[in-house]
Design a protein around this ligand. Structure first.
Ligand SMILES: Nc1ncnc2c1ncn2[C@@H]1O[C@H](COP(=O)(O)OP(=O)(O)OP(=O)(O)O)[C@@H](O)[C@H]1O
Ligand SMILES: [Mg+2]
Length: 282
């Protein structure tokens, strides 16, 4: 694992009822193994619906989802088996903690997968480390934690299952810049250490995408608007605007300076500083 392909996927909520809503339309893309792909788009464009379908919680209304070339729903009885290889972090996962201690909570997933006690201990500690959950927090009750700490504990619980495909739906929503960087940086560290892992990161924040995503999928009203590297998307302000999103301030400033020879699509202030200094020196 894990190359994931959406092949002409459509999904309609509450089909054939007055509440019918076509959330995804003819959606095709491939997530490459070992890359962090960002999924962006305006609210209601279908991002969480993609996450739900990837986790096999619902079946596409049309089209197919292929995992390593195999249709996820080819044998409906085996969907559970494939789901074990996929880790989904829902929006606001901190509300799903329920064990006596954080450590037991993080261990819940690997224990369910039938891992040995030794393996569980290693998985829990390594997952906790990725997102900065220290020894002191592991011994506490989840209810003694702050909101940001609870969020990190919940994400560690998914990382501890060592998923081949990790899907995170707005994992940093509502956190301050430091909290966002801790979580997203931790996810990237996980991907770096386990090189063949595939990550789909859903976020409204183009700033976060600039720092953490290799590729971007841009959705608009359930349809694919663009799929390319993050740089390619950042060179297309027209597309970003059409999707109802805004480029980070630094990209807008440097795109406006392209007459001075500064390349388009700069994603971070560090990169902008290097390019500007180059021109000042010459
Ligand atoms: N259970 C449901 N029944 C009917 N329509 C739904 C249901 N869940 C979502 N929808 C609709 O499907 C569309 C896509 O919803 P989805 O939650 O995937 O959007 P999203 O991109 O994740 O939005 P957000 O950025 O606000 O989280 C929206 O128009 C939404 O109103
Ligand atoms: Mg959503």
């Amino acid at each position: 694992m894990s190359v994931v392909t959406f092949e002409h996927v459509g999904y309609t909520y509450s089909a054939k009822t007055p509440f019918e809503h076509e959330a995804l339309k003819d959606l095709s893309f491939t997530l490459q193994e070992g890359r962090v792909t960002g999924l962006v788009g305006h609210t209601g464009c279908g991002k969480s619906t993609v996450a739900m379908l990837l986790d096999g919680l619902e079946r596409p209304t049309s089209g197919r989802i292929l995992i390593d070339g195999r249709d996820l729903w080819e044998e409906p009885k085996k969907v559970r088996e494939i789901r074990r290889r996929i880790g989904l972090v829902f929006q606001y996962p901190e509300y799903q903690l329920f064990e006596e201690t954080v450590e037991k909570d993080i261990a819940f997933g690997p224990r369910n997968l039938g891992k040995s006690e030794d393996e569980i201990r290693t998985l829990v500690h390594s997952a906790a480390q990725f997102v900065g959950v220290g020894e002191d927090l592991l011994k506490k009750s989840p209810f003694e934690l702050s909101g940001g700490e609870r969020r990190r504990a919940a994400i560690a619980g998914v990382l501890a299952m060592d998923p081949e495909l990790l899907v995170l739906d707005e994992p940093a929503a509502g956190l301050d810049p430091r909290g966002r960087a801790d979580i997203l940086g931790g996810v990237c560290a996980y991907r770096r250490e386990k090189q063949n892992r595939t990550v789909l990161l859903i976020s409204h924040s183009m700033e976060d995408m600039a720092r953490f995503a290799d590729d971007l999928i841009v959705l608009k009203e359930g349809e694919l608007l663009f799929h390319g590297t993050t740089k390619e998307v950042f060179c297309r302000p027209d597309l970003v605007r059409e999707a109802g999103l805004a480029l980070p301030q630094i990209t807008r400033i440097t795109n406006a300076l392209c007459d001075l020879g500064i390349p388009e699509g700069i994603t971070t202030t560090e990169e902008a500083a290097i390019e500007i200094l180059k021109r000042l020196d010459s």
